[in-house]
Design a protein around this ligand. Sequence first.
Ligand code: PEP
Length: 253
Amino acid sequence: MRKAFICGNWKMFKTPGETVALVRELRAKLNESASVEVGIAPPFTSLAAARQALLGSHLRLAGQNCHWEAQGTFTGEVSAPMLKEVGCDSVIVGHSERRQHFGETDEAVNRRARAALESGLTPIVCLGETLAEREAGRTLDVVSRQIRACLAGFSPAQVEALVVAYEPVWAIGTGRVATPAQAQEVHQALRGWISDLAGRAVADKVRIQYGGSVKPDNAAELLALPDVDGALVGGASLKADDFARIVAAARRR
Ligand code: PEP
């Protein structure tokens, strides 16, 4: 049985002060238990404040991206060792907003994920099709290409150490969520491709999160699907009450 992992992607929201307030509110509402892993990914500038506010908590702390080099002349970038030292244990890579607005490619996602693994961070590798790709019937082709490119050259142990997030682009921030059948179809296919890359035993252990307009009222049915092992939550993770209700749904699955 794979343990559910619910991670909140705060995107470009919350100053350090606002972060402390939201972490406090979350800790009060979450009712932490070992049955579900829960994490938050605040902006880089809020990570140190979040780590401080999380003292004594089991909540995981994630960056929203990392560079593939440990240091260098890469203005505006942050490296995996930097995230590690500030107290992160995981990092989102390949989010569709990075792909859409900042030209992120699968090859870059592969390098970022590899760097994260080498620094002992859990990469949350995001992928998913656009609306045009879904409407053209190309979803499985697109996602298959993405997972193969993002994980190319990884050892089975490296694959086992990462998390995949299936996030259909048309569902992110739109309020339009994948149906359970749509989500399960892609998650099951992803597990098959992961098996091709790293073997069945590894594929059975890798967590595949669903992301895209997950809310308290749709979380339970998505999280109950056999190949959905958690969620990457954007908008709803900025509201302590909503996020706590999504975590509670994961606990009941
Ligand atoms: C996300 O940012 O990864 C996401 C899934 O956003 P939302 O939940 O707002 O659709």
